[in-house]
Design a protein around this ligand. Structure first.
Ligand code: GDG
Length: 473
């Protein structure tokens, strides 16, 4: 079995690996790294005045984490710039928020080069290299440039946009050509994969090869849909833990007899929080009889605070939640509890278990793990109802959720009423089908499936070291 080198923007600390606050992705990658041995490489999250390329190592048995510090200009142009002001909004259908700056692109290219140059000596001949997410699309090409002939895979955690939107990026060709330096490219859903295929065959002159492979010039990549899951067993156990029970009881006691509607999202415009609040407001306005019987808890830890659009979404949500509470609150009831901080995973699981409704209504989302965590946390004898956006990648698997169009306040309000009135028998029947999927297609299944696709690509011979360059096309 080949050793594994994982490369992502940020790296999970190895020493927290025996539990605590880790997300499913970290758990799965760390367990694959432990099984195969290997390195997880990325940015430390720290800055230095001038980039040195010095690697800070942490070891835990067969697994090493290797991180580098970046310069302030790198962070401005690469992380806060091209990654989060250009690609993130574009990939989430928000061309209106997308900033096209050449400096950002230069910084993005520079940091990808720096990643490649520093990671290169850590890669041994037979290693499998697995690159993650939109921050690092050009990394495969940079590694090829440095002579890395290994099998290199890439997984995109976000959606891939439709061709019409991608064409608005001035350097769309260069970005997509860079992906042809990988051997396997994974998307969360068939839809995102189809967008990619369509662009490649319609706008790039690529063709469909055998077994769904895509061919561009002398390069062939296997493009697959590989929906990510959660560590379901771990989350189910967290939901049954004493901390979760305590939190669940705290929720019941804080509002006896009222049904909890819960949302948990990073504070990000893609998560549809403004639209969610508007849908809930519509429900309050049209159903005065149900008003005092429910409350909404929205947990939204801030993220990417250096990016203006994130500051704007934060202030508009502050204003909206304040206005709704001002309009509808009673002396003994507040319709929205809006909290800008994170909670330990076991507490989150307890909150999910206490909830009658999980509101997961992003406007666009690669997958959305909260939807799966909500399902995993439910009490099988009295499960809550998942209201899920049709535009979350998770909707392709979680078909027994109540699926809604998050842009429609009316649909959202109707879905809340339907979920509140749903008989227990139907809640159980839906939940059993949901949990069946969440258990079967968990994060270990995802990780094994992607690595299997990489091993198979390796058997057929990987791409080799010659980079695909924009100029060469
Ligand atoms: C990207 C893609 C894709 C949130 N608040 C707290 C907390 N969280 C945890 C959740 C969940 C994770 O953060 C968020 O995952 P999502 O999938 O919902 O969203 P993104 O951060 O946007 O992730 C997404 C994902 O990558 C994986 O491929 O699904 O589409 O955008 O696990 O529970 N965790 C804790 N406290 C909080 O307050 N402990």
């Amino acid at each position: 079995m080949s050793r594994l080198v994982v490369i992502s923007n940020r790296v999970q600390q190895l020493k927290q690996s025996s539990g605590g606050n880790q997300g499913g992705l970290a758990v799965a990658l760390l367990s694959a790294l432990r099984e195969r041995g290997g390195v997880w490489f990325g940015w430390s999250g720290e800055t230095v005045e001038t980039f040195t390329g010095e690697i800070h190592y942490e070891e835990d048995g067969p697994t090493t984490s290797a991180v580098i510090d970046l310069e302030p200009q790198d962070i401005d142009e690469y992380y806060n710039g091209y990654a989060n002001r250009t690609l993130w909004p574009l990939f989430h259908n928000r061309v209106d928020l997308t900033e096209f700056e050449r400096d950002f692109e230069g910084g993005y290219a520079r940091v990808n080069r720096r990643f490649a140059e520093t990671a290169r000596p850590l890669i041994k001949r037979d290693d499998i290299v697995w690159v993650h997410d939109y921050h690092l699309i050009p990394l495969g090409g940079e590694l090829r440039r440095l002579g890395v002939p290994n099998c290199i895979g890439f997984f995109l955690h976000t959606p891939w946009p439709p061709a019409d939107l991608l064409l608005s990026l001035p350097t769309h060709r260069k970005l997509v050509e860079a992906l042809f330096n990988y051997d396997v490219i994974g998307f969360q859903t068939e839809d995102w994969l189809e967008h990619f295929r369509h662009y490649v065959t319609t706008h790039l002159g690529g063709t469909l090869g055998k077994d769904g492979a895509l061919v561009l010039g002398d390069r062939t990549v296997r493009a697959i849909a590989a929906p990510i899951g959660i560590d379901t067993a771990e989350f189910e156990a967290a939901a049954a833990s004493p901390e979760a029970e305590l939190t669940r009881d705290r929720m019941y006691l804080s509002s006896p007899g009222r049904s909890l509607l819960v949302g948990v999202d990073r504070l990000d415009y893609s998560k549809g929080l403004t639209e969610r609040f508007a849908g809930y407001e519509r429900f309050l306005a049209h159903h005065p009889d149900l008003r005092g019987l429910v409350y909404l808890l929205q947990i939204a830890p801030p993220s990417r605070e250096k990016v203006d659009t994130y500051q704007e979404i934060r202030s508009s949500l502050d204003a909206l939640s304040g206005r709704i509470n001002g309009e509808y609150a009673e002396i003994d009831w507040v319709p929205i509890r809006y909290v800008n901080q994170g909670y330990p995973r076991a507490e989150l699981a307890g909150i999910f278990r206490a909830a009658r409704i999980g509101l997961v209504t992003p406007l666009r989302d690669g997958m959305n793990l909260v939807a799966k965590e909500f399902v995993a946390a439910q009490d099988p004898r009295d499960p809550g109802v998942l209201i899920l956006s049709q535009f979350a990648g998770a909707a392709a698997q979680l078909k027994d959720a109540v699926l809604v169009n998050p842009f429609s306040a009316e649909e959202m309000a109707d879905a809340i009423v339907m979920a509140l009135r749903m008989p227990r028998k139907e809640r159980i029947a839906r939940w059993e089908r949901l949990i069946d999927n969440v258990r079967r297609e968990d994060v270990h299944w995802w990780c094994a499936g992607f690595l299997d696709a990489m091993e198979r690509a390796g058997e057929g011979g990987c791409a080799g070291a010659e980079p695909v360059s924009h100029a060469a096309q």
